[in-house]
Design a protein. Structure first.
Length: 157
């Protein structure tokens, strides 16, 4: 009886250490989960809405409706899209018929929403049989007005 107390204390020590370690891990996981959900400031400041879901269709449609497709061809060349997308060949899908095909690529995507996403977030969907090589920084490079003029023009191709 008298020698019980001293042996119990050291037995509890590893248990407490284990519990504390568990708590630290649990809090770290929760902390980083919360951190991961905080949108990064650059995204908040960017006027273009970026999401992988077709929820953004209405706003894309509205912007394309007031865009100027006659300026699109020059923008397509300015950003060297034509290096990969040519009328009938290239390492990317051909330009001819792009507007019509765009409506068929992803379920629930309008043609405009699909083209928008293809340009600003090319990794969101990789066209079957093509390599994932499209330049992915257009969101930062192409001003919004140019982007929507470009989309309006691509829809007519
Ligand atoms: C380095 C080559 C390359 C450049 C430059 C490039 N693309 Fe692409 N693009 C691709 C490839 C390859 C695909 C198909 C694979 C994929 O979905 O990423 C593609 C897919 C697309 C699609 C989807 C087409 C479809 O038929 O579904 C669109 C729209 C598009 N690109 C537009 C553009 C525009 C606009 C630019 C210029 C701002 C551009 N691309 C620049 C290679 C390129």
């Amino acid at each position: 009886m008298s020698n019980r107390a001293p042996t119990q204390v050291p037995r509890l020590a590893p248990l407490i250490t284990l519990l504390s370690a568990g708590l630290v891990v649990a809090f770290s996981v929760a902390f980083f989960a919360v951190l991961g959900n905080v949108p990064n400031p650059q995204r908040l400041m960017t006027p273009v809405i970026v999401t992988a879901s077709p929820q953004f269709t209405d706003s894309i449609e509205a912007r394309v409706a007031v865009a100027d497709p006659s300026k699109g061809a020059a923008i397509f060349e300015k950003y060297a899209c034509n290096a990969c997308h040519r009328a009938e060949d290239g390492v990317g899908p051909v330009l001819t018929g792009m507007g019509k095909r765009a409506a068929t690529r992803r379920p629930n995507y309008s043609a405009a929403a699909y083209i928008y996403e293809s340009i600003i977030e090319p990794n969101a969907f990789i066209v079957p049989d093509y390599a994932n090589i499209m330049v992915s920084n257009y969101k930062a490079k192409i001003p919004e007005v140019e982007l929507f003029n470009l989309i309006a023009w691509l829809l007519q191709q």
